[in-house]
Design a protein around this ligand. Structure first.
Ligand SMILES: Cc1cc2nc3c(=O)[nH]c(=O)nc-3n(C[C@H](O)[C@H](O)[C@H](O)COP(=O)(O)O)c2cc1C
Length: 184
């Protein structure tokens, strides 16, 4: 599986990875608000190559109505699954309440996922971190809540708690565009 890589996981790169054996591919994180605003560069993130037989679109947003719209859009553009980004730690994203900051409100997150799942017939997945902060490792709670709505893709390799250096999502991105910002 090729994990989502903002700033790197574009269509030609994914095609190469598919040729080299990647069975499941995920697009670069798409901000739903920008999609609904008609941004051509954001729409480009929904495109896949026919060789990508299991291509998923990853979405970032925090509102039920917009996420439902985003999930429907992804499905209508051919995505085989849709993933909700709850892992991106960069300030540019978390200060808007997106990405990893969704982990702060597990009950709300559970409702968001349930709404997405109810809106599409493709699978809905969720990318999680161990927690928002080293003192707030709540992946079990979050996983329990989202499971009622979706399977969780737990990112154990880079989850803050697994390294013993759990961190508040960091990575000041001032002066960098989102596409060049790292979302890991
Ligand atoms: C440059 C870069 C961009 C990333 N962009 C995203 C992203 O948009 N969404 C996401 O969920 N994870 C993103 N990640 C995290 C990766 O998908 C992956 O989970 C992480 O690199 C850990 O996997 P690894 O141990 O194989 O590197 C990004 C990572 C990097 C290095």
């Amino acid at each position: 599986m090729l994990a989502p890589l903002t700033g790197g996981g574009n269509l030609p790169f994914r095609r190469l990875c598919t040729e080299m054996g990647a069975d499941v591919t995920v697009g670069e994180m798409a901000v739903v608000k920008k999609l609904l605003g008609g941004s051509p560069s954001e729409f480009a993130l929904l495109k896949s190559h026919p060789d990508e037989r299991r291509f998923g679109v990853q979405l970032a947003d925090k509102r039920t109505e917009t996420l439902v719209e985003g999930a429907r859009l992804a499905e209508s553009r051919g995505a085989r699954f849709v993933d909700l980004n709850c892992g991106c730690p960069i300030d540019q994203i978390t200060r808007r309440g997106l990405g990893a900051s969704l982990l702060r409100k597990p009950a709300k997150l559970g409702r968001l996922v349930a709404a997405m799942k109810g809106a599409v017939s493709i699978p809905v997945t969720v990318t999680l971190r161990a927690g928002w902060h080293e003192d707030k490792v709540n992946v079990s709670d979050v996983r329990g809540r989202v499971r009622r709505g979706a399977p969780a893709r737990s990112r154990s390799t880079d989850a803050p708690a697994s390294s013993g250096t759990a961190r508040r999502p960091t990575g000041s991105s001032s002066g960098r565009s989102r596409r060049s910002g790292e979302c890991r």
